[in-house]
Design a protein around this ligand. Structure first.
Ligand SMILES: C=CC1=C(C)c2cc3[nH]c(cc4nc(cc5[nH]c(cc1n2)c(C)c5CCC(=O)O)C(CCC(=O)O)=C4C)c(C)c3C=C
Ligand SMILES: [Fe+2]
Ligand SMILES: [Fe+2]
Length: 326
């Protein structure tokens, strides 16, 4: 391996999560998250007072209750799973004889990007590789990771050489890992829903090609599994605010699919989430399950995120190795 002697610093980056499942911690987290113009691009003078005065006081309490329902002894599932991914990716790279240190960073909240970069610079790495755990590019996620990384480097005299992994929506090992997970779990009489986090339609109209990446991921999986058109659907979840988001909406699809297509058994997978989190464990597994069962559905299965599975860690490891070869 060409870079074997070099010391590589890897920044595994996820979105972020509150420190505790309380209204005040959720409010702190949402403030940082929702004041990022990559996430909400409304004029600051209009958005900030609305967010602070109206949205956060109401939403933080409601969302804290949702977090409480998924919280574990170790804390937020997203953080706990991300830490396991970090540890296992580190072990994988050691096994491959790569001199690498893996740090975990969140775009919002803790552990911070600043700390991750500083830890790696303190260890005198020769090169940084930033790996956002967002397979499909979106300006609201991947773009925000690049901003957070650049914000830290802005204050450094010595900027190391770095690589930024833009997306991996068609990576063959990613597609295989998802296809294998579906094959293991999906029953022959189930209809498969691929649900991705949504974005405002306006962002797509302004050039965010996220939906295209989601479609390409789904087509690659469906081809691999040999599913026919009437066996699956693609939809978008987690709307926020009043404006239109990209459609079809997952909750609407799940509410009407039995009536429209006589589908009574579904499996739902969320390929855009590298780790299970509030959006999968609560919104899909609890809320959407209830919607389906209240609308004539008979059975509902959620297929978990790839999380810290062997397939996923190997896939992430190979993605890093491919960066070292190029
Ligand atoms: C305008 C608001 C939002 C955009 C755009 C958005 C895009 C987006 N988000 C994810 C991944 C995750 N989002 C999560 C939670 C979450 N997302 C929003 C808003 C937007 N997301 C909010 C307000 C929240 C917090 C919960 C709530 O208040 O409803 C999470 C889960 C975090 C956790 O702690 O578990 C993830 C992951 C993607 C992939 C994406 C665009 C492609
Ligand atoms: Fe989100
Ligand atoms: Fe949600």
């Amino acid at each position: 391996m060409k870079n074997k002697q070099q010391k590589i610093g890897i920044i595994l980056t996820n979105l972020g999560t509150p420190d505790t499942a309380t209204a005040s911690a959720v409010s702190r987290y949402l403030w940082q998250f929702l004041t990022d113009p990559r996430v909400v691009d409304l004029p600051r003078w209009k958005w900030f007072p609305l967010l602070k005065g109206v949205i956060l006081p109401r939403r933080s309490k409601k969302v804290a209750q949702k977090y409480q329902s998924i919280w574990t002894e170790q804390g937020s599932p997203l953080l706990e799973i991300s830490k396991q991914q970090q540890t296992k990716l580190q072990q994988y790279l050691i096994q491959q004889d790569i001199n690498a240190v893996v740090e975990l960073a969140m775009t919002y909240g803790n552990p911070s990007m600043e700390k991750a970069v500083q830890n790696l610079l303190d260890q005198q790495v020769d090169q940084l590789i930033v790996l956002p755990l967002f397979p499909q590019y979106s300006s609201s996620t991947t773009g925000a990771v690049l901003d957070a990384f650049a914000d830290v480097l802005k204050h450094k005299r010595n900027i190391p050489s770095f690589k930024f992994i833009h997306s991996y929506h068609l990576d063959e090992h990613y597609i295989n890992a998802l296809a294998n997970s579906i094959k293991e779990r999906m029953k022959s009489d189930e209809f498969l829903v691929f649900s991705f986090h949504g974005i405002p339609l306006r962002y797509e109209n302004n050039g965010d090609y996220y939906r295209e990446h989601c479609k390409q991921t789904v087509i690659a999986i469906v081809d691999k599994l040999g599913l026919t058109e009437n066996q699956w659907a693609l939809s978008f979840q987690s709307r926020f605010g009043k404006e239109e988001w990209i459609q079809p909406y997952t909750d609407v699809l799940i509410e009407t699919i039995n009536q429209q297509q006589a589908v009574q058994k579904i499996a739902v997978i969320c390929p855009g989430f590298a780790s299970d989190c509030l959006e999968t464990l609560e919104e899909i597994e609890v809320e959407n399950r209830e919607i389906f069962l209240n609308n004539g559905g008979i059975s509902f299965q959620y297929i978990p995120a790839l999380n810290d599975s062997k397939d996923h860690i190997e896939m992430l490891g190979r993605l890093i190795l491919s960066q070292l070869e190029s």
